[in-house]
Design a protein around this ligand. Structure first.
Ligand SMILES: Nc1nc2c(ncn2[C@@H]2O[C@H](COP(=O)(O)OP(=O)(O)OP(=O)(O)O)[C@@H](O)[C@H]2O)c(=O)[nH]1
Ligand SMILES: [Mg+2]
Length: 352
């Protein structure tokens, strides 16, 4: 999974990246940087404890600290950079400045307008991509093949949506159209998480008020956190971290809340496999079937899928071992159509 971090200059992108990656970075120059982050799942540790395999593998997510989006001048180069690095992202986190009095231009803080600007910039970036392609097709007018005529129609529809400042995510496309558009790595086809970066004294995000409502209306996921405070807490030894979090009435570190929100946004669920060697936790899109989950582990397992033996995490937690679950009759045998549930422990049976 890959999430791009975007936002206006000085909104706190790099600070968020530091919380997520645990890396000490100073990122003001051109270019972007990525960190692969191991995503904590307490259940993996519990399974490890109960089943005692040799090792534990947690899923990973890549976060990319991208360039600041700027409106107007100088956009073209940044656009290209953004599409190049972020084209294959599964979603974006938009960091919105809600701390301090003034924004990066020295104007009074206006989170709603900042968020609008970022959304607009993303639509305009897509619009430029669509128009470039349309112009190329237009040049061939008269000699367009049937599939190009179809493409032209699809792109004209996109142009209409985008020039109205809307995103493509909420448009209904057929599978074929969707496949075509994916090839363009359009930014507005991906889900968005608004990260309201609030001041230490405003953890409820009152300053973000209007912009939160706007994010809701736009169908964005959202969280509020104080990036600077979280970054400081993240530097502390583990036992002191808990104390600090409690002091600020935060039940979980920002890193975990951020990642959780991103997973919810992307509709990602976690399933587990366990044998004597390892417990492995995997992420997959919500709605995926058992053979698709098997394919995550190994393509042979998907091709030769026979059945899955399923133990929900809660059952293992209660009965203490897979064998005990089987004896208690809480292990289920599921076929090809089974939709994997968050927390399932799967044993895939397959033929080679
Ligand atoms: N008070 C306060 N300051 C913050 C917070 N988050 C970030 N800052 C400060 O805001 C400044 C910009 O933060 P960065 O994380 O570098 O922002 P950025 O979006 O990466 O900035 P550019 O890459 O230059 O666009 C830094 O001086 C941070 O210390 C916050 O939650 N509260
Ligand atoms: Mg930065």
């Amino acid at each position: 999974m890959k999430i791009g971090i975007v936002g206006l200059p000085g909104s706190g992108k790099t600070t968020c990246f530091r919380i997520l990656s645990g890396q000490e970075v100073d990122h003001h120059g051109p270019g972007s940087q990525a960190a692969v982050v191991e995503v904590p799942d307490e259940r993996t540790e519990r399974i490890f404890e109960l089943c005692r395999p040799q090792r534990m593998v947690q899923p990973e997510t890549t976060f990319v600290d991208l360039l600041a989006l700027r409106s107007g001048d100088g956009r073209a180069a940044e656009e290209l950079e953004l599409v190049k690095v972020a084209g294959d992202a599964d979603g974006f986190a938009i960091v919105v400045q809600c701390f301090g009095e003034l924004d990066h231009r020295g104007e009074p803080l206006d989170p709603k307008s900042d968020l609008e600007t970022v959304l607009l910039e993303m639509s305009l970036t897509d619009l430029a991509i669509v128009e470039r392609r349309l112009a190329r097709l237009e040049r061939k007018r008269g000699s367009l093949e049937t599939h190009e005529q179809w493409e032209q129609k699809v792109l004209c529809r996109c142009r209409e949506v985008l020039s109205g400042g809307q995103r493509l995510l909420h448009e209904q496309f057929t599978l074929e159209e969707d496949k075509l558009l994916r090839g363009f790595s359009l930014l507005t086809m991906k889900p968005l998480l608004a990260v309201f970066n609030v001041a230490e004294g405003d953890l409820e995000g009152t300053v973000a008020g209007e912009s939160r409502q706007f994010a809701d209306e736009q169908g964005l996921g959202q969280i509020a956190l104080c990036a600077e405070l979280e970054a400081e807490i993240a530097q502390l030894p583990a036992d002191e971290q808990a104390e600090f979090l409690a002091d600020f009435d935060l039940d979980k570190p920002g890193r975990e809340r951020f990642i959780r929100a991103a997973y919810d946004l992307l509709d990602v669920i976690t399933f587990f496999t366990v044998n004597e060697n390892e417990v492995h936790s995997w992420t997959i899109s919500g709605g995926a079937t058992a053979p698709e989950a098997a394919g995550k582990v190994h393509s042979d397992m998907q091709a030769g899928f026979v059945r899955a033996e399923v133990v929900p995490f809660a059952a293992l937690d209660e009965y203490g071992s897979i064998a005990a679950c089987r004896d208690a009759g809480v292990m289920r045998v599921e076929g090809r159509d089974y939709v994997v549930q968050d927390g399932d422990i799967l044993q895939i049976r397959f033929t080679r």
